[in-house]
Design a protein around this ligand. Structure first.
Ligand code: SAM
Length: 290
């Protein structure tokens, strides 16, 4: 039986919460804040405070860790390896595009999301004067297998034919079962293989060994799955397993980044225990220039 979901729009409201977290932490632009995001931020505050006390970290801890590590890895690709094309899939209300375009005016930034969220983001960027041929928003559906919203069609439509690209998905992959998101990853690996020097960045999670925290996370995972009508899944038991899986799907080279590596180097919050989030950096073949 084919259990692949065809509509994942139930996930979209979570972008309002993450958007509010970016804004509260001085990472966003006033044009991207929403009333619903502010409301969700207040609603979640007691739960976030309790998690921090009990577990030594909370959702906001790992959101900031992953967001700033992904930014750092994009900056490396742009500043040190000369990549000039960035595609942020499932952009939601992420302010990353605005910040990157300010930092790197040569960058061609493309944000993409399901059609409703993409339209919402485009309207906000247009109203604040950020939209331009160098900073676009376009609809995508990572589950689509044909038509204008497929991964393949979007990349062909927005970027040059052969140059390296950075592709980001933040806060997306864990809403899907491993076999579903692996289909998307396999297709992406095939595209990056034809564009030497390209890189894919995404977040991933590990379950803690401590039984009470582990149980709490499993409850949270099921609640979030129910609220978003999705299959929230922790995909890997270890960093080595994550790296092996991505390599098997066709990525040439994979690094798994633990926030600990960046304590003191990036302005990220520290987890009291082992951080639960990782950033996967999966590269296509090296560019001949590198
Ligand atoms: C948790 S939010 C993350 C938003 C943003 N990346 C951030 O970190 O603030 C998840 C995003 O995934 C988008 N999304 C859900 N299903 C999708 C799909 N099939 N294709 C592309 N984006 C999708 C939602 O619309 C939403 O904006």
């Amino acid at each position: 039986m084919n259990t692949k979901p065809t509509d994942s729009s139930g996930i979209s409201f979570t972008a309002l919460y993450t958007g509010a977290v970016w804004h509260r932490n001085g990472l966003s632009d006033d044009s991207l804040i929403t009333a619903q995001g502010r409301w969700l931020y207040s609603l979640m505050s007691p739960f976030e405070a309790a998690s921090k006390t009990v577990a030594g970290g909370n959702l906001r801890t790992f959101l900031l860790q992953r967001h700033l590590i992904i930014d750092h890895l994009i900056e490396q690709a742009v500043a040190e390896r000369g990549v000039t094309q960035v595609l942020e899939i499932a952009c939601g209300l992420s302010p990353r595009g605005i910040r990157l375009r300010r930092q790197f005016p040569q960058l061609h930034m493309v944000e993409s999301d399901l059609p409703d969220m993409a339209a919402r983001k485009a309207a906000k960027l247009a109203a604040s004067g950020h939209l331009s041929p160098q900073h676009q928003v376009t609809p995508i559906d990572i589950l689509a297998e044909d038509g204008e919203q497929t991964l393949e069609a979007v990349i062909e439509r927005v970027f040059d034919a052969h140059g390296p690209i950075v592709v980001v998905t933040e806060g997306l992959s864990n809403y899907f079962a491993l076999e579903v998101i692996s289909d998307f990853w396999r297709r992406l690996a095939a595209i990056l293989a034809k564009r030497p020097g390209s890189v894919y960045l995404t977040d991933s999670y590990l379950l803690p060994s401590q039984p009470v925290i582990r149980g709490g996370i499993n409850v949270l995972r099921r609640m979030l799955g129910g609220m978003t009508h999705s299959q929230v899944t922790i995909h890997f038991d270890s960093d080595a397993e994550a790296a092996r899986h991505m390599s098997r799907l066709g990525f040439a080279d994979v690094d798994i980044h633990n926030p600990r590596q960046f304590y003191g180097q990036l302005p990220i919050p520290k987890s009291r225990n082992e951080p639960l989030v990782r950033v996967i950096e999966a590269r296509g073949p090296a560019s001949e220039k590198a």
